[in-house]
Design a protein around this ligand. Structure first.
Ligand code: OXD
Ligand code: MN
Length: 620
């Protein structure tokens, strides 16, 4: 190895790990990417500070006026996850599943290795070590990140636990993930060759190769790229890897905490749920779930930070996050508007300047892009990157190596006209069925058109690397092997009335949460409907009064909790069609689908109408 590229000091840091596979990987990508210099980083304060400074020195980040805050911009066409160019590499012609975007391994590797050849010429390669899950725990997955982006490496400092020591604990084992990333050729510090953006998931080598991108959902190995590798590992080892938050729920006046996880498609209220006032947060995005020896489900946060959507974070709707973003600390904001060193974003509760600097460069109100579209002041998918323990509501068990016991699982979606705001499944199996039927309208978190209804089982479809049928089967089996499976609930915060207005206030989710928590402790009865158990009016009325001192009317309840048979049947028709084309769907799932449709048809016949009031079910 050329000593002017990898000097003695950096080589010594690698050698100290005593891990031949780490050595091999680093050597391989030095040879291929041809960086001018390689810097190996440990968990030391100096090394972490080095990365932070490098991101400023090389202009991937810029200081904002507030101490510790920096701004990063991704390219204009690199503002969200690129699903089309993210592929799972498969040898031969085995089609995993309709749900998984696959690429033929050999040709994809050939292509990406060509792109990677010499891509770091003149640049610095950073070699970093992190740990997915709490350190030194049964959840830990050591992960190696190689990147030429100091922004990526800096973001990972805020988002993941340090892992250099974890790699030493590996004792030379090959059991770790690795990620190679290059932002590619840069123009004004932005990826120039967007048409060559590729993210290839190579399950055979537990690695992901990602090139020509900067947006964190595409570039940061430990986030959505590791989620894919971990889904395969979970499948092989009988645990679950989910696109879920973890939170502690603290009902007032009761001396207890009940932990929940929740899966929601991107930008559908997942972080907002985990941040409900008065509760505690463990994680907002990715969770590992295991069945423990006491017959319970335990979950741990894979991350230790939040890469959150900044739009609509304001002192009223998100006071805790807002406070964190408005006070001095180390954090990164991306793709917002900057004027005089101050960041501005949509929905921040303040008027935005009419000019400044944003993801399109110098910006003035009315500026149009090459397609003639008016450029908003800040991108809808603009983000903030913070440490979770910089929030006032961090749960004391956030880093517990044992994780936390889970009492409830919530599946959410964005649905304007079908699902009631809240219901509980009849059983674990029925709950898995509900999760597998999530349908949601697309948002700005992925490239492409917004507002299109798509099927998104367990909100994890974008990240599946195993056939959908097997993924569902794993969920079914997982609940069967624990004595106390969590109760499963479904929520929809986005139901609209005939006038097109939302039927619920944003804050109402706190009431739903307290009802779910109470159900786990058998404090509320519920009404049986064809789709599951829904809350009784009297219980919600009491909760609305207690929590918000608000009179919850029968009319509001009835509008929100009416069972819309026609829309539900249409929805299950759509989903059934998708599953009919999927190989290997477990028969128990098919049975649930058939029973679900039958229950809806029976109710339609019995009540002789398509929209049935919750009171009619209560009085039957
Ligand atoms: C995210 C996403 O950023 O799901 O969490 O897109
Ligand atoms: Mn996510």
């Amino acid at each position: 190895m050329d000593k002017s590229i990898l000097d003695k000091r950096n080589l010594a840091k690698l050698k100290a790990l005593n891990n031949p596979k780490v050595m091999q990987i680093v050597e391989k990508y030095i040879k291929l990417c041809k960086p001018a210099k390689v810097t190996v980083l440990t968990d030391s304060k100096e090394d972490i500070a080095y990365v932070r400074k490098l991101a400023l020195d090389n202009k991937e980040e810029k200081k904002l006026a507030m101490k510790g805050h920096t701004i990063h911009f991704d390219g204009y066409y690199d503002q969200a996850r690129d699903k089309a160019n993210t592929k799972v590499l498969i040898s031969g012609d085995v089609c995993l599943s309709k749900a998984v975007n696959c690429g033929e391994r050999e040709s994809c590797l050939k292509e990406i290795f060509e792109f990677l050849d010499g891509v770091m010429k003149g640049k610095e390669m950073l070699v970093r070590f992190f740990c997915l899950g709490p350190i030194n725990s049964e959840f830990s997955i050591p992960s190696l990140q190689i990147t030429d982006s100091a922004y990526v490496a800096h973001s990972e400092d805020l988002l993941y636990r340090q892992g250099y020591e974890e790699f030493k604990r590996l004792n030379g084992s090959e059991n770790f993930f690795h990620f190679v990333h290059s932002a590619g050729r840069l123009e004004n510090m932005k990826t120039a060759d967007i048409d060559k953006r590729r993210i290839y998931i190579d399950l055979e080598e537990d690695r992901v190769l990602s090139i020509n991108n900067q947006y964190a959902g595409n570039s940061i190995g430990l986030k959505k790229l590791a989620l894919r590798l971990a889904i395969k590992k979970a499948h092989q080892e009988d645990w679950l890897c989910e696109h879920m938050f973890i939170m502690g729920v603290h009902p007032e006046g009761k001396n207890r905490v009940t932990y929940f996880t929740g899966a929601f498609p991107s930008a559908c209220g997942k972080t907002a749920t985990a941040m409900i006032p008065g509760q505690t947060i463990i994680g907002d995005d990715i969770a590992y779930l295991i069945a423990d020896n006491d017959g319970r489900v335990r979950a741990a946060n894979v991350e230790k930070g939040i890469f959150g959507i900044i739009q609509d974070v304001n002192p009223v709707d998100d006071p805790i996050i807002y406070k964190t973003l408005a006070t001095p600390r180390e954090l990164i904001v991306s793709n917002v508007l900057v004027k005089d060193g101050k960041p501005y974003w949509l929905g921040m509760g303040q008027e935005l300047p009419k000019e400044g600097f944003n993801f399109s460069g110098e910006w003035k109100q009315g500026k149009k892009d090459n397609d003639g579209n008016e450029i908003p002041p800040a991108h809808k998918n603009a983000r903030y990157t913070i440490r979770i323990n910089d929030l006032d509501n961090t749960d004391p068990k956030a880093d517990d190596p044992k994780g936390v016991p889970i009492g409830g699982i919530i599946y959410g979606g964005r649905d304007s006209d079908t699902n009631v705001p809240l219901y509980q499944s009849f059983s674990w199996h029925h709950g898995v069925f509900l999760g597998a039927c999530i349908e949601s309208e697309t948002t700005a978190a992925t490239l492409g058109k917004e507002g299109v209804r798509v099927h998104n089982p367990m909100a994890n479809i974008d990240f599946l690397v195993i056939p959908l049928g097997i993924y569902i089967k794993n969920h079914i089996k997982f609940g069967e092997k624990v004595d106390m499976p969590p109760l499963i609930f479904s929520t929809n915060y986005f139901l609209k009335g005939k006038d097109g207005k939302f039927l619920n206030e944003k804050v109402d989710k706190k009431v739903w949460l307290m009802w779910m928590e109470g159900r786990i402790h058998e404090e509320f009865h519920a009404i049986e409907t064809p789709i599951g158990f829904i809350p009784k009016y009297k219980d919600l009325k009491k909760l609305f009064k207690q929590i918000f001192d608000k009179e919850y009317t029968k009319e509001d309840y009835e509008k929100q909790f009416t069972i819309r048979i026609k829309n539900l049947l249409a929805r299950f028709d759509r989903i059934k069609e998708i599953y009919q084309k999927e190989p290997g769907i477990p028969s128990i799932f098919v049975e649930h689908m058939n029973q679900q449709v039958k229950r809806l048809e029976k109710a339609k016949e019995k009540f002789g109408k398509e929209n049935i009031s919750p009171f009619e079910f209560e009085n039957q």
